[in-house]
Structures are given as structure tokens and as C-alpha cells.
Design a protein around this ligand. Structure first.
Ligand code: FAD
Ligand code: UDP
Length: 386
């Protein structure tokens, strides 16, 4: 039966889905085996019992500067124009400072990434303005700087701002998310959320941003709907790989593929707590980060992302991060990028390289921190190469 196919793809997430479609259009017959009961990988969305469209595996907002990726995906969906905003919600630790914007219950808010507007909220309008000018003397307007770079600045007032941002945005959140300090984790991770020398309050600044108009699952349904593609759900691809003669694209965890022979690759996993509220809207932004206190890292309200109109009811999700143990039903979400883990990954990579028809692709198989657009770009590249 498997001889009917030229390519076997393990996994129907962004890596597997984009690759399958791209190869199918080049005339290859593709079998996609997905061990979950649905397509879409971690981008999968569905309607909950309250009728709200939710993201089962964490909030996914599409953003890219890659025109080719945007145009490819736009063949399978229309987009809702949406620019994601994130605010930090934290306790007021200095009652003498009057935040420039609203405040409730001894707490206050500012935009994340931390920007010139955040500065006014954190230090009061007048002092925030003065400190903003100070930063603009040191860095070009509209530019951005990572927190680790900002902390290197020798000017005592800028160093004090850097300490403030480190304490109120990064250190506690990063400890919750990674169990390590910002210095201990891969610097590219905190660099995803820089300090901005502008008032731009959007989370992403990419040229193309939005949400698939009818959701990610609908996008995947359209993408995988091709006469050269067969999708088998609830199917582990590994047994099929054993006697498959053609190219195999594997998008699952690479350590599992080789029976953990060099030991397990470390990951962080997440526990999601969904709550349905009897209200039109729960919070002021799509995502609110609890950067100083609380056990969870952030709360996302799906209706704000998707634009779904559903009066009187809204679903939110709290994210709790912890070490992945490999227990059944746990999902490895974030690779923990560091030299030691990269070295372990290389051993598996060398093992895979002994099999010329095996291609490792995706967040898990490549042990990388990929956004959806980046893995889509890589998948188009691999499909072209094959
Ligand atoms: P996955 O989506 O994990 O897909 C892999 C698939 O392979 C899974 O469905 C799995 O069941 C299947 N599989 C594994 N092993 C086997 C096997 N042996 N046989 C058959 N099937 C198998 N990116 C953004 O661009 N924007 C965001 O806002 C964003 N938010 C995120 C939020 C969270 C909490 C997380 C964790 C990630 C977020 N991402 C976001 C990243 C995004 O999820 C990834 O880029 C994307 O899911 C990667 O796709 P993938 O196909 O590599 O992996
Ligand atoms: N981060 C932080 N405070 C924030 C937002 C992010 O410390 O309010 C750090 C944290 O280490 C996080 C990283 O920046 O893991 C990247 O954040 P991003 O929102 O890109 O993470 P993701 O959405 O991928 O979980």
C-alpha cells in the first residue's frame, strides 16, 4: 500500500502541511501520517463548549516579513487584519509614582515590548518623558535594543532604566517560563522581545500580520486538500517508515525517533488552564503578561485575536510552564537551546544523516525555536530541494 506514495511525512503541523502541499503540487504522491486525531499540529484551533474558537495548544498569531510565505498561505485562507498587542500587568511597587495610564487594585499596566510609552507609565508622565529623551540620546529613534545589551550601557541613568525593565519585565517572567534567568538562557530568546525606542505598542512589527479568517484548522484543511495528498490521522508514522522506500520527512521529536539512544533532549512543557467567563470581554489586550507575580506567565483572550462576535461569553487561557518529563500526554513545546543540548542534538542529527532519504524538519525534529512563518519558509525550501 505504501508503494502508492513517493513521500511519507510524519506530522501534519506547519512543517508537514506546507511540505505536503508543495510536493503534491510538484506531482509527488504524499502520505501524511499524523498521530493526533487532528491536523494543524500545535496551531490547531477548534470551538469550545461555549462556542468560542480557541487555540488548543497556545495562542498563535501569524506574522512575517516573508512575502513568499505569506502569498503561499494566502492561497488557503483569507486573513483577518489583526495586530497583536501585549500588556504587562504588575503590582505597583512605588505608590508615589503616578502611572500615566489607567490603574486598578494597586496594579498597573504598560505595553510589552517595553517602549517609550511604557516608560511614562512606569515612572510617571514627566519623569518618563525625561528618561525617554535620555534613551533617545543614546540610541537612534525607532530602533530597538535587547535587554541584555541595554544592561551593558555604562551611563548610570540608562543602567537604572535597564535594571527596572529587567526586574519588571524579564527576570520573573523568564524564571517562570524557563526556570532560569535571562543570562542563563539563549540570548536570542529574550531578544524576541526587545526594548523599543518608539511608542509602537504592537507586539510584532512584521509587514504581514493577521489571523486566518476561519482559523488555522480551516487553513490546514484547504492546504491538505489535494488529489496527491492522503492524510491518515491517529497514525504513528514510525512503523510506516520502516519499509518505506521513498523520501521521509519527519517532523516529530528526533530523540524519540532513535529510541532515545543518546538520552532525552530537554524541553519545557506547558499546562493550559481554560476558563470561560460570562462577559463580552475579559481583558484590555489579546495577551496580558504577568511579568512579576502569579504562577502563570500570561493570559490570552481568544476573541480578541480572532475577532469572533459572541456576546456575553468569552474564553481565556492561562499558561503555566514547567520541565518536560516525557510522561504520557505531555507535549514538548519549547526546545531548551544551549551548547550542551545542541551537542546532544548533533548526535541524533549525525544518526539521521546516515539515512539519506530521511529529512528532519520542524520545531521538534530540528530542535529549534521556530515561528510558523520560519518553519513554513524552511518547508518550502526543503520541498524545492527534493
Ligand atoms: P508541530 O506543530 O508540533 O507539529 C508536529 C506534528 O507532528 C504534531 O501534530 C505531532 O502530533 C506530529 N507527530 C510527532 N511525531 C509523530 C509521529 N511519530 N507520527 C505521526 N505524527 C507525529 N508561532 C508563531 O509564528 N506565532 C505565534 O504566535 C506562536 N505562538 C506559539 C505559542 C506557543 C505556546 C508555542 C508552543 C508555539 C508557538 N508558535 C508560534 C510556534 C508554532 O507553534 C510552531 O512554529 C509550529 O507549530 C511548528 O510546526 P511544526 O510542524 O514544526 O510542529
Ligand atoms: N519575556 C519576558 N517577559 C515578557 C515577555 C517575554 O521575560 O513579558 C522573555 C521570556 O524569556 C520569553 C521570551 O522573552 O520566553 C520570548 O517571549 P515570546 O513572547 O516571544 O515567547 P513565546 O510567545 O514564544 O512563548
Amino acid at each position: 500500500m505504501n508503494n502508492n506514495f513517493d513521500v511519507l511525512i510524519a506530522g501534519a503541523g506547519f512543517a508537514g502541511g506546507v511540505c505536503a502541499r508543495s510536493l503534491a503540487e510538484k506531482g509527488r504522491r504524499v502520505l501524511v501520517a499524523e498521530r493526533r486525531s487532528h491536523i494543524g499540529g500545535n496551531a490547531y484551533d477548534c470551538t469550545d463548549s461555549a462556542g468560542v474558537l480557541i487555540h488548543q495548544y497556545g495562542p498563535h498569531i501569524f506574522h512575517t516579513n516573508n512575502k513568499q510565505v505569506f502569498e503561499f498561505l494566502s492561497r488557503f485562507t483569507q486573513w483577518r487584519r489583526y495586530q497583536h498587542k501585549v500588556i504587562a500587568n504588575l503590582p505597583r511597587d512605588n505608590p508615589e509614582v503616578v502611572p500615566a495610564h489607567k490603574t486598578t487594585d494597586g496594579r498597573f499596566f504598560f505595553p510589552v515590548p517595553f517602549n517609550l510609552d511604557s516608560l511614562k507609565n512606569a515612572f510617571g508622565a514627566k519623569e518618563g518623558e525625561r528618561l525617554g529623551k535620555k534613551l533617545l540620546d543614546a540610541y537612534p529613534a525607532q530602533s530597538q535594543v535587547t535587554i541584555l545589551e541595554l544592561r551593558q550601557n555604562p551611563d548610570p541613568e540608562i543602567a537604572a532604566i535597564a535594571d527596572y525593565v529587567y526586574e519588571h519585565v524579564f527576570v520573573h517572567y523568564t524564571m517562570k517560563q524557563w526556570g532560569q534567568t535571562p543570562e542563563e538562557i539563549d540570548p536570542n530568546t529574550t531578544a524576541r522581545v526587545p526594548v523599543r525606542l518608539s511608542d509602537d505598542g504592537r507586539y510584532f512589527q512584521d509587514a504581514y500580520q493577521g489571523m486566518p479568517l476561519h482559523g488555522y484548522t480551516a487553513l490546514f484543511e484547504a492546504m491538505l486538500d489535494h488529489p496527491n495528498i492522503e492524510v491518515r490521522l491517529n497514525t504513528d508514522a514510525r512503523p510506516l517508515m520502516k519499509d518505506f522506500a521513498g523520501d521521509v520527512i519527519y517532523t516529530g521529536p528526533v530523540d524519540e525517533l532513535f529510541d532515545f539512544k543518546f538520552g532525552p533532549l530537554p524541553y519545557r512543557t506547558l499546562d493550559f488552564q481554560f476558563e470561560t467567563k460570562q462577559a463580552d470581554q475579559f481583558q484590555a489586550a489579546g495577551t496580558v503578561n504577568y511579568t512579576v507575580d502569579e504562577e502563570f506567565t500570561r493570559i490570552t483572550e481568544f476573541k480578541i485575536l480572532t475577532g469572533q462576535k459572541r456576546p456575553g461569553v468569552t474564553t481565556i487561557m492561562k499558561e503555566y510552564s514547567r520541565a518536560y518529563t516525557g510522561a504520557e500526554n505531555e507535549i514538548p513545546y519549547y526546545a531548551i537551546i544551549n551548547p550542551e543540548n545542541n551537542a546532544l542534538y548533533s548526535k541524533y542529527q549525525e544518526e539521521a544523516a546516515k539515512m539519506p532519504q530521511l529529512h528532519l524538519l520542524g520545531r521538534l525534529a530540528e530542535y529549534k525555536y521556530y515561528n510558523m512563518d520560519a518553519i513554513a519558509a524552511r518547508s518550502l525550501e526543503l520541498a524545492a530541494q527534493l
